[in-house]
Write a protein that binds this ligand. Structure first.
Ligand code: SF4
Length: 102
């Protein structure tokens, strides 16, 4: 097999492996507030709805986008959080594990 055919084959295989991963990334769903895990962590998709009686240290200015665990980019509406593997948390969300970015 000559080099051009070999390169074409490599690129085709690389694209074939990359596309399913991209599809998985786009398929991530938002965290369901009513799921047992979200309830256990006090997660809400809007920080305004946090249960202040249960989480008295919660402040309205705290939200996922300002949490050290938030992995979304600035300006994203949602992003990954390691506490919710394979799901997305709202940038405006909040949970009881909130830790402010330094
Ligand atoms: Fe949001 Fe941080 Fe809680 Fe994750 S740990 S859900 S980013 S507040």
């Amino acid at each position: 097999m000559d080099n051009s055919k070999r390169n074409f084959l490599k690129q085709t295989v690389a694209i074939g492996l990359t596309l399913p991963l991209a599809k998985i990334a786009f398929a991530a769903e938002n965290v369901d507030e009513k799921s047992p895990q979200a309830s256990a962590l006090g997660y809400v998709s809007n920080t305004k709805n946090a249960d202040n009686s249960k989480y008295p240290k919660h402040q309205a200015s705290q939200q996922c986008s300002g949490c050290v665990l938030y992995q979304g980019k600035a300006g994203d509406k949602s992003g990954p959080c390691p506490l919710f593997q394979g799901k997305l948390v709202s940038a405006n969300g909040w949970c009881g594990s909130f830790v402010a970015k330094a």
